[in-house]
Design a protein around this ligand. Sequence first.
Ligand code: COA
Length: 162
Amino acid sequence: MGGSRSSLTLTIRPASASDAGRLAELRWEFRSGRAPPAESREAFLARCAEWMHDRLTSAQWRCWVALRADAIVGHVWVRLIEKIPNPATEPEWHAYITNLYVEPAARGGTGGALMDATIAWCAAQDIDAVFLWPTNQSRTLYMRKGFNSTPDIMAQRRPPDA
Ligand SMILES: CC(C)(COP(=O)(O)OP(=O)(O)OC[C@H]1O[C@@H](n2cnc3c(N)ncnc32)[C@H](O)[C@@H]1OP(=O)(O)O)[C@@H](O)C(=O)NCCC(=O)NCCS
């Protein structure tokens, strides 16, 4: 029947370790076009799926997946970063959002829905700063979701060819 993927019902759910193979494929789709891969697709998928399987069973990582017609079409990951205990009342974790990716055919609200699930989860945890690295194109999405450039965080970046 007709209809684009993005017109199919959208479901967002937490990822499970059994999703790792599919999520590794999405990672390859996302990153292999950005710079020439230094390993074969097969080698990368095996390495990345193993890495993701481990992280999806770890307390330090969370991932949400977007499904249309029961197929995983996108994902977003969160790495929890522990702070040193504080005697004052202060949240004891930071959260780093990374790897937001939606297949081109499923775009149009899907990325925002993944971000909504992630942000809602972070808001319900003992989390202080939630941060990410936008691209020029994705900056507007994150700004709509309440992210701003902040003057109180300092960072050093390694030069690209170092
Ligand atoms: C970013 C992405 C997940 C958005 O998916 P989506 O389903 O279209 O999400 P939404 O419809 O909720 O949001 C649309 C917003 O996505 C961003 N966007 C659109 N196309 C994009 C692209 N090719 N790359 C990055 N961001 C894009 C824009 O901020 C856009 O808002 P705007 O139209 O007001 O400028 C999707 O475009 C994607 O996977 N891009 C490639 C991976 C990527 O760049 N991820 C972000 C890394 S920081």
